[in-house]
Structures are given as C-alpha cells and as structure tokens.
Design a protein. Structure first.
Length: 287
C-alpha cells in the first residue's frame, strides 16, 4: 500500500511530464498506423501534395485540438466579445499576464504536432514522397539531365532498387528526412531547456513558494469543481421542488455576476501580494 502511495505521489509531482509523454506515445503510435496502413505514395506528379499533406495536415489538426482540449483557451476567450460594460473584467488581464498564460498554452498544444513531425521525419515515408516531387530536389538531383531523370525521381519512393541507384553519389531522400528529424528533436529539447531556465530565472518568487502556488492552484481547482457541482445540484433541487410541489421557496445564496467576473480573469503569481489565485485575493479583500 505504501508503494502504491509512492507511485501516486510521483505521478502527482510529475503529471505535466507524464501527460506530455503519454501524448507523445499516442501520437507516435498514430503516425506508425498512418504510415503503415493508410499512406501510399502515388509516385507521380502529385507526390509533393500527397506527401506534404500527410506530413503537415495531421500536425496542424493536432495543434488545433491541443488548444481545444485546454481549459485555459476557453478561460481566455469567454467574455472577450461581451458588452462594453464588461470590458473591465476582460479575462485577458494585463499583457504580461496574457503572455505568461498564452506561451504555456502554445507549448502544451505543440507537443503532439511536433511529435508527429519528428516521428514522421524519422520514418521518412512522408518526406521521401513529398521531396521526390519537389522542384528544389529535382534541380539538385536532375540538373541538366532532362525529363527522364525527373520521371525516375518521382518513382523513387516506390522502387527501392531505383532509389539505391539514384542516390549513389548523393544523400538519399530517406537519409535527408532522418537528419531533419533528429535536428528537429535536438532543437525542441534545446528550446524546452532554454525556455524553462528563462521562466525559472524570471520567477518573482522562490522555488518553494512557486511549488506551494502550484499545489494550491491544483487543490483549489479540484475543490471549486466539487463545490460547483454541489451548489448546482442544491439550486436545481430547490427550483424543481418548488415547480412540481409548490414547496416554500427558501433563500439561496449564490454569487453575483460581478463576483464571477472578479475571479474569472487569468492570474499569475507575483511578489506584490501574498495571494495564490484571484479567488484567494477576492476572499481576503471581501473579508
């Protein structure tokens, strides 16, 4: 039982990394299925369009889905187009707060598409098909060699022997794809390391206080969700009982629209006040 608790604690402390790892594994599995079962290069003048579609389109879809499943996206957008009188409660907050919230959102949404691109490039099927129809690659391989060379280049993804003969003195399309894939992976890891270091260095609070903020934010979200469900259930019971049974309508305390706006803007921790969320600040101010 103690070992199980240790595992749970480990998962709780590293949930972001574990979540990104699971998303990456699922994306890699999906790419393998697509390249093995669905993808089949036409080996004609449509190579570029067909190969690029499989390489880029799924990555774009995954990027959009990453935003759609992130609750912060709807937190930012909800109410931004409301009437003028509500603009003072804009959930975008200050520009600094907006950047601190938007950049992590982009980073999370980019995990799946970047994984797709990296795995697809290492597999090389999509790139090899798209590159064989590229004008730039045609110029590199078939300069001054006429139409016959171009026709052979288009058939390279479908003929291993032709591919071997065609790239005897030049780097093969397969190798090009893998080199680009490893370069992309190295660039991603370097970018993650640099951005994490910058974010930590620019933190207005110490490591331990930041850790407390992260724990508090998670617990507050969990308790707020539970309390919202309980509050909604009690209000629904009160109203339905009155409608069907004409029972006495008891007074029911519920937050005002202004109160909801006051706790709905995006919040980032700062060293100016000892608050860990807008709800924390609201409660202490009202008290």
């Amino acid at each position: 039982m103690e070992g199980f608790q240790v595992i749970l604690d480990f998962c709780a402390r590293h949930q972001t990394i574990l979540g990104c790892s699971i998303i990456s594994l699922l994306t890699a599995a999906s790419e393998y299925i697509f390249s093995s079962v669905v993808f089949k290069c036409p080996c004609n003048s449509k190579n570029m369009l067909y190969g690029a579609s499989f390489l880029i389109a799924p990555a774009f879809v995954l990027f959009v889905l990453g935003f759609m499943v992130n609750a912060s996206t709807w937190h930012l957008l909800t109410g931004t187009c409301s009437a003028e009188k509500h603009r003072e409660y804009s959930p975008w907050g200050t520009s600094a707060c907006f950047c601190q919230v938007l950049l992590p959102m982009i980073a999370k949404a980019s995990v799946a598409p970047l994984t797709w691109m990296a795995v697809a490039l290492l597999g090389a099927d999509f790139y090899e098909c798209a590159a064989s129809g590229s004008i730039l690659i045609e110029y590199f391989y078939c300069k001054n060699n006429g139409t016959g060379c171009r026709n052979q280049l288009l058939k390279v993804p479908c003929d291993e022997e032709l591919s071997a003969n065609f790239t005897t003195e030049r780097l093969s399309l397969h190798a090009q794809s893998q080199l680009i894939g490893w370069f992309l992976i190295a660039s991603i890891m370097t970018g993650v390391l640099i951005s994490t270091c910058i974010r930590r260095c620019c933190s207005p609070v110490s490591y331990l206080q930041l850790r407390l903020y992260e724990i508090y934010a998670k617990k507050e979200e969990e308790l707020f969700e539970e309390k919202s469900k309980d509050h909604a259930k009690k209000l629904a019971e009160r109203n339905t009982n009155y409608f069907f049974e004409s029972t006495n309508l008891e007074a029911f305390q519920t937050p005002s629209t202004e109160d909801w706006h006051n706790i709905s803007t995006m919040y980032t921790i700062n060293s100016e006040g000892p608050y860990y969320s807008l709800l924390h600040q609201y409660v202490n101010t009202r008290r």
